[in-house]
Write a protein that binds this ligand. Structure first.
Ligand code: KG4
Ligand code: ZN
Length: 361
């Protein structure tokens, strides 16, 4: 039994979790700030760090209590030190350092993107995750801040194959959601309205950028903006007519499959998924990878999951939805494998807001 406490505060979720052996999640507490940031249509950095200060200790206490463990049971504390928002990262790193010092535990600074990858090792309710069997693996990290194809040749060994040159996939979902008048975050909202839309109704561009493995989503976003303007469905207009709001019930029934917002949302989702699947497919071919891992918030997208699994002969892994978006269990899992490999961070651990994974190979 190797119990780790994970702490994650890189963006707008304050999270703590206790994980055994990097695979069994004993607790996974996430205090989300989504309702606070929704009014700004995105994350407001100063507000985010202030909320982390308020939430971090209660969240850690709850994670320890739910797991039923004491400080003496822990092997180490793992914390996200980048990439992310500076003020947000600082809260988690400093709390982790203070606790590790006070409780005489090893400290492990974890790359948030590595954490997203390790969400694929997690199983909830004390079950072990379906651990990917062997390396090399190809990881598609698709989150609000990142879109990266990374070759993983072993635990902690990464080579960056391609990345977005402009917007991240999740960022594109969020921006398009906002211009269609859907609630923040745009990803789940677009997925929901797209269910009743026709993905063939709008011809939107797929930026495949030739032979390489880089992505680009800003042209697609601009194309959606143009279509929305032509139809006169700016955010204010759409939000009052047709937006299914969380817990709000009502307006969903006011549009049919032919309502432009759902058609445009479905066409946009289709274009993003097409680009992600075709780049992953070409990165897999001839590479000798044993399996493909999806990671990050956009990995909970149902169309992406089904399309990717259908397009590849290799096994495709994706985390449970609650481990796709930001959480601390994934940080504890990555910490476990780093601890096993003999890694430790020093007391001079600092935040690195622009931290990369794997460098350009
Ligand atoms: O990984 P994550 O929680 O945070 C970052 O590290 O950025 O990802 C959040 C992103 C948001 O952009 C959100 O819109 C997107 O993940 N997302 C989705 C879905 N669920 C969350 N995008 C598409 N479909 C979804 N079902
Ligand atoms: Zn994330």
């Amino acid at each position: 039994m190797t119990l780790l406490l994970g702490i994650e505060t890189s963006c707008d979720e304050t999270a703590a979790a206790v994980v055994d052996d990097g695979t069994r999640v004993l607790s996974n507490v996430v205090a989300t700030q989504i309702d606070i940031h929704r009014r700004y249509g995105g994350v407001f950095p100063e507000v985010a760090s202030r909320q982390h200060v308020l939430s971090i200790l209660p969240v850690i206490r709850e994670a320890m209590e739910q797991a039923g463990v004491s400080w003496a049971d822990l092997e180490a504390i793992a914390v996200t030190y980048g990439p992310g928002l500076t003020g947000s990262l600082l809260v988690g790193v400093n709390v982790a350092k203070g606790l590790a010092w006070a409780k005489d535990l090893p400290l492990l600074g974890i790359n948030h993107l590595e954490g997203h990858i390790y969400a694929n090792w997690l199983g909830s309710d004390g079950r072990r995750g379906k651990t990917p069997a062997s390396f090399p693996l190809l990881c598609l990290i698709v989150s609000g801040g990142h879109t990266e194809l990374v070759l993983m040749s072993g635990h902690g060994r990464y080579r960056l194959l391609g990345r977005t040159l402009d917007d991240a996939a999740g960022e594109a979902f969020d921006k398009v959601g906002r211009l269609l008048g859907l609630p923040y975050p745009g990803g789940p909202a677009i997925q929901e309205v797209a269910c009743t839309g026709d993905p063939e109704s709008f011809r939107l561009p797929r930026a495949l950028l030739g032979e390489g493995y880089d992505f680009s989503f800003s042209g697609l976003k601009t194309a959606v903006l143009r279509e929305a303007q032509k139809l006169g469905i700016g955010s204010d207009h759409a939000s009052t007519r047709a937006v299914p709001r969380k817990g709000g019930g009502g307006p969903k029934s006011s549009y049919s499959g032919s309502f432009p917002v759902s058609d445009l949302a479905a066409s946009f989702q289709e274009a993003v998924v097409d680009a992600l699947v075709s780049k992953t497919q070409s990165a897999v071919s001839g590479s000798g990878v044993r399996a493909v891992l999806l990671a990050g918030g956009v990995a909970s997208n149902l169309l992406l999951r089904t399309r990717m699994a259908a397009a590849l002969t290799e096994q495709v892994y994706f985390p449970e939805p609650k481990f796709c978006t930001d959480n601390a269990a994934m940080i504890a899992s990555a910490g476990h494998f780093r601890l096993e490999a003999g890694h430790r961070s020093g007391w001079d651990l600092d935040v690195v807001p622009g931290l990369v994974l794997g460098g350009r190979g």
